[in-house]
Write a new protein. Structure first.
Length: 222
C-alpha cells in the first residue's frame, strides 16, 4: 500500500503546474466549524438513525485530495492547509488559534477557494504559489453524506484504509455564529451517539502517521 500511495503522490506531483479549474464561489472567506468522530455504525444503521431523527441521507461522492507545502513546512507548521481536491484549490486558514492540533477537537477554519485570494494569502506568509510548493500527501476518499438539524454529517473512507466521521457547519465567521455552530454540532453528535476519535486523528493526520513520520513528528502527531 505504501508503494502505491507514493506512486500516486509522484504521478500527481507532475500536474502541479496545470492551470486549475476555477469555480466561482460566494463563500471564499466562510468559516467552517468541524469536529471529527470515530466511525462506529455501518452505513445502513447510520442512515436509519439519521432518518429516525428527522435528518436526510443525501449522496455518496468520491474525490482525490493532494496536500501541498514548502520543503520547510511553512504552511502546516502554522496550522494552514493547502489542498487540491480534484482540480479545485482550497486553502484552510485557522479562524481561531489551537494550542495543538489533535485531530479530534472542534476546529474553525476560514475556507478560501478563489485562486487570486489564495495567492495573496500565501504571499503574506512569504510563500509563492505554486512555485514554492510540493505535494506531501495524496489519497482518495469515498464520502457518504447526511444532514441533521443544520449539520452536515460526512462519513469518509480513505483509500489507504482509514475512516472518520465529520460533523460540519458553515458560518459567517462571527464569534456568535461560530458558537452557534459548535452548539449544533454538540447536539447532533449526542443524538447520533458519536464517539470520540481517539489518537488516530483525521484522514490527513492518520496518513502522516503512517507514511510521513518525519512530517508527523514536526507537527507533534507522534
Amino acid at each position: 500500500m505504501r508503494r502505491l500511495v507514493l506512486f500516486a503522490v509522484t504521478r500527481r506531483a507532475a500536474a502541479l503546474h496545470r492551470p486549475a479549474q476555477r469555480r466561482v464561489t460566494t463563500m471564499a472567506a466562510a468559516v467552517e466549524v468541524e469536529e471529527k468522530f470515530a466511525v462506529v455504525l455501518k452505513p445502513e444503521a447510520l442512515a436509519a438513525r439519521v432518518r429516525a431523527l428527522g435528518g436526510a441521507v443525501q449522496a455518496t461522492v468520491e474525490f482525490y485530495d493532494e496536500y501541498f507545502d514548502t520543503p520547510d513546512l511553512a504552511l502546516t507548521t502554522r496550522d494552514t492547509w493547502l489542498r487540491r481536491r480534484d482540480e479545485q484549490w482550497e486553502l484552510k486558514v485557522p479562524a481561531q488559534q489551537r494550542r495543538q492540533a489533535s485531530g479530534g477537537e472542534t476546529t474553525a477554519f476560514r475556507e478560501i477557494e478563489d485562486v487570486p485570494t489564495i495567492t495573496a494569502e500565501l504571499a503574506a506568509l512569504g510563500v509563492g504559489f505554486p512555485d514554492a510548493l510540493q505535494p506531501f500527501a495524496a489519497f482518495g476518499t469515498r464520502r457518504d453524506k447526511y444532514t441533521l438539524d443544520g449539520v452536515s454529517v460526512d462519513v469518509d473512507a480513505a483509500s489507504y484504509g482509514h475512516a472518520v466521521m465529520e460533523l460540519e457547519v458553515m458560518t459567517d465567521g462571527s464569534q456568535s455564529d461560530i458558537d452557534r455552530a459548535r452548539s449544533l454540532i454538540r447536539d447532533a453528535s449526542e443524538k447520533l451517539g458519536c464517539e470520540k476519535l481517539g489518537d488516530t486523528g483525521g484522514k490527513l493526520e492518520a496518513y502522516l502517521r503512517r507514511f510521513c513520520p518525519k512530517h508527523a513528528e514536526v507537527l507533534g502527531f507522534l
